[in-house]
Every structure is written in structure tokens, then in C-alpha cells.
Design a protein around this ligand. Structure first.
Ligand SMILES: [Ca+2]
Ligand SMILES: [Ca+2]
Ligand SMILES: [Ca+2]
Length: 243
């Protein structure tokens, strides 16, 4: 009887522990104040409960005598092959401008960018899952940058990405960094585009807390919780330990 109770209590504790991680509420992050652009101001780290999926980032690019505002967010890409970022899901009052999306390594070197959605839905931007630039990435932290069209990241090695204003580049492509490009140092040009945005995300989450799921330690935690529960039950019922 006691052994059955131990097993049941241990199982309950384990299920509770596993469930809390598996069913964490998805995070829709909202910019606090104004996020920096990697070069100027502080990049904002997307925060929430450890292990939660991050489904969107909402914020705004503000016009001040021409728009020179870029917003960068530090995101944890947990599933690189599933990673996508898109402003194409227009909702009234959001994404009603010509955006650009960029993904950077934390050292400021470029990975991929898109100006206009490759699927041809308009001037909003989309980095779709399964592209050659993000498929081979390791899970970890990256910078996601949004600008209005016309703000082009530059480096000591020149423009980091092709610019559609070169007269030959199709703005609907996905582009990796130009040969010779190095870490971002600033922007060439500014933009007349801006406003409120919502970036839909997949393959992004809040990084799991160190030492938790799915490590074997989780089992130990569940077992401990279960045994504590059992001890409580037995104390309440005043039953002596069965030997
Ligand atoms: Ca902003
Ligand atoms: Ca900004
Ligand atoms: Ca665009």
C-alpha cells in the first residue's frame, strides 16, 4: 500500500514538474521604451518564463525628422530549422509601413535580411523557416533588428547586406552578408517608413533555466516533490511507517 502511494505521489510530482514546463504560457513581448539599434542604445532582451515559446514582439519605430529609428531585440532561437520572423500579418494600426528585418550574431556580424516579403504579399518583411541562412545555426542568442526601408546596416567592410537601391537587387530576396562585411558600426541612409509593428515569430523561446528540463535532475525534483507530498498525507492520517 505504502509503496503504491509512494509511486503515485512520485508520479504526480513528476507530471506536475513536466507539465509546468510544457504548458508555459506563450510570450508576446512588448518593447519597453525604445529599443536600441545594436549600434546606439541598449538592445532589449526578450524576457518571460523560462522555456516559454515567444510568439511575437510588438513595438514601434518613431519618426523624428525622418525616421532613423531601428529596434533590436536579443532573442533565443531554440529551434533554428523552425525559426521565422514576419511582419506580414497586418492588423489595423500595425505593420502598415515598409519594413526590413535583419538577423545578426551577437558579435554584430550579419546573418540574413529581407526587405519585402518573398511571397509577394507586400512591403512588409518575412524571413521564412527553412532557409539556407538560418537552418545551420546553433540554438542560442541572436539579435533581431527591424527598421523602416532605407536604413542599411554598415560596417568597416562596407554595407553588410545588399541594398535594393543598387538597381540590381530584388528587394523580395533573402540575403546573407556581402563579402568583406564585418560587424555593424552604423547605418547608411534613413527611412521615411515607420510606426507600430508586430513581428510574428516561430522557433524562438525564453531560454530554459540552467539545470532544469529535460535533464535527469527534473526526475529528482519530481520525486522529491512527490515524497514530500506523501509525507504530508501520512502525517495527517497519523499512520506509522510500515517496515
Ligand atoms: Ca522603438
Ligand atoms: Ca529604437
Ligand atoms: Ca520592405
Amino acid at each position: 500500500m505504502v509503496q503504491k502511494m509512494i509511486k503515485a505521489a512520485a508520479l504526480a510530482g513528476f507530471v506536475l514538474t513536466a507539465a509546468s514546463a510544457a504548458f508555459a504560457t506563450p510570450v508576446s513581448y512588448t518593447e519597453v521604451g525604445d529599443a536600441g539599434d545594436i549600434v546606439t542604445g541598449a538592445v532589449q532582451t526578450v524576457t518571460g518564463a523560462a522555456g516559454s515559446a515567444v510568439t511575437s514582439i510588438k513595438g514601434s519605430l518613431t519618426a523624428t525628422a525622418g525616421i532613423t529609428d531601428g529596434d533590436a531585440f536579443k532573442i533565443y532561437i531554440s529551434a533554428p530549422s523552425a525559426f521565422s520572423a514576419s511582419t506580414t500579418g497586418f492588423t489595423p494600426g500595425r505593420n502598415s509601413f515598409d519594413s526590413e528585418l535583419f538577423l545578426f550574431n551577437l558579435d554584430g556580424t550579419g546573418i540574413v535580411m529581407n526587405d519585402d516579403d518573398p511571397a509577394g504579399t507586400g512591403e512588409q518583411s518575412s524571413i521564412a523557416a527553412g532557409n539556407a541562412f538560418t537552418d545551420g545555426l546553433s540554438a542560442g542568442y541572436y539579435y533581431l533588428l527591424i527598421t523602416g526601408q532605407g536604413m542599411n546596416p554598415t560596417s568597416a567592410g562596407g554595407l553588410i547586406f545588399p541594398s535594393w537601391t543598387d538597381g540590381t537587387t530584388d528587394p523580395t530576396g533573402l540575403y546573407g552578408p556581402n563579402p568583406g562585411a564585418s560587424a555593424i558600426t552604423g547605418f547608411g541612409g534613413n527611412s521615411n517608413e515607420g510606426g507600430a509593428y508586430s513581428i510574428a515569430l516561430s522557433g524562438v523561446s525564453i531560454a530554459p533555466a540552467v539545470g532544469t528540463v529535460p535533464e535527469p535532475g527534473t526526475l529528482g525534483l519530481g520525486l522529491t516533490a512527490g515524497l514530500m507530498l506523501l509525507a504530508l498525507v501520512r502525517r495527517r492520517h497519523g499512520k506509522p511507517d510500515a517496515q
